[in-house]
Design a protein around this ligand. Sequence first.
Ligand code: SAH
Ligand code: SF4
Length: 398
Amino acid sequence: MTDAEHTTPAAPITQDVMTIPRKVPEGLPNIIGLTRDALREALVAIGTPEKQARMRVNQVWAWLYHWGVRDFDKMTNLAKDFRATLAANFIIALPEVVSKQVSSDGTRKYLVRIAGGHEVEVVYIPETDRGTLCISSQVGCTLTCSFCHTGTQKLVRNLTAGEIVGQIMLARDDLGEWPEPGTRKYDPRLLSNVVLMGMGEPLYNFEGVRDAMKIAMDNEGISLSRRRITLSTSGVVPEIARAATEIGCLLAVSFHATTDEVRDKLVPINKRWNIETLLNTLREYPRLSNSERITFEYVMLKDVNDSDADARRLVKLIQGIPAKINLIPFNEWPGSPYERSDWARIESFAEIIYKAGYASPIRTPRGEDIMAACGQLKSATERARKSRKQIAAEAGLD
Ligand code: SAH
Ligand code: SF4
């Protein structure tokens, strides 16, 4: 499939191009993405008296993250000259939405452009009891998991905290979910959960992800509970304990194999931190983060990792770890070197895990008609891609 085909959806998908022009002065720092502490420092640096700083942070914060206001002049409880000082020193900028596609199942995929002209994808998945936003943390990825489309792209750069929390904000814009100043919060929320399962390895952009999630979890703003945010990692062991103490959200791990031999091929970071090392670290996570359980993601690849013996090994390996196993039917992408396991195979695998006492939901692929499913995200404009042959060779498949 070519890039052009990739972004041209077939009926019944709708696509609106909603490029939002933002009139922003060049060169000013973005106020979006500053943590409370950083915002305080920034306000003091532009002349806010120390004694007032705390109150000013609270006021500006509420406008930005509770009411979703994008114009300093609308911050009506601030003195006019202070609003002007803010406007002279900062911009309020979000990534620019280049296009939006809506799947027949209601899934929305946004292609967003960030500084430098790079693009990442953001996916909103509505369900009956929740609405989940899947956000990206990097343009491309340094890792090269052989079944992942993003892994075929080189890392371009880390997203800033503003660009990460900005994805949540632009989705709330599109969903019309900012309360009118003076009114109550929306309940239930359309955007109730966030998963860091888009493009990139979140733990290789630790500070950006941490600061963005702190903003998203702040009670006075977007106010998502830490139990409604799930960070998915391929297994960057040294950063896992840090994520527990410094972010405290739920953790998902791209496990995908039950022997080092197979995991080395699927998730090459396993050569650095193998299954045993990873599991030892995971055992500590629930205590350190005070969370209930870890999600083990397991992509179902035909004849690669989907046997009954694999399922039995899996439950043995994770013994003692409070866990849920999320089985992901492989989402094929153009040139992918694997096939999705048959449905009966996936069910038989799930059954073994379930009987061992673990929840084993099979993830329903969503938004397949717009290539919005897990692991299919990519940036249509990034040309630095590997060939199919190279992917297969690195996966040890040739
Ligand atoms: N980099 C992080 C988060 C992004 S990927 C990580 O690897 O965990 C989110 C999930 O989708 C991961 O479990 C990933 O392994 C999985 N995934 C990647 N490509 C996939 C594909 N083509 N089909 C199904 N799942 C895939
Ligand atoms: Fe990167 Fe995750 Fe894809 Fe692996 S699965 S290449 S870590 S985005």
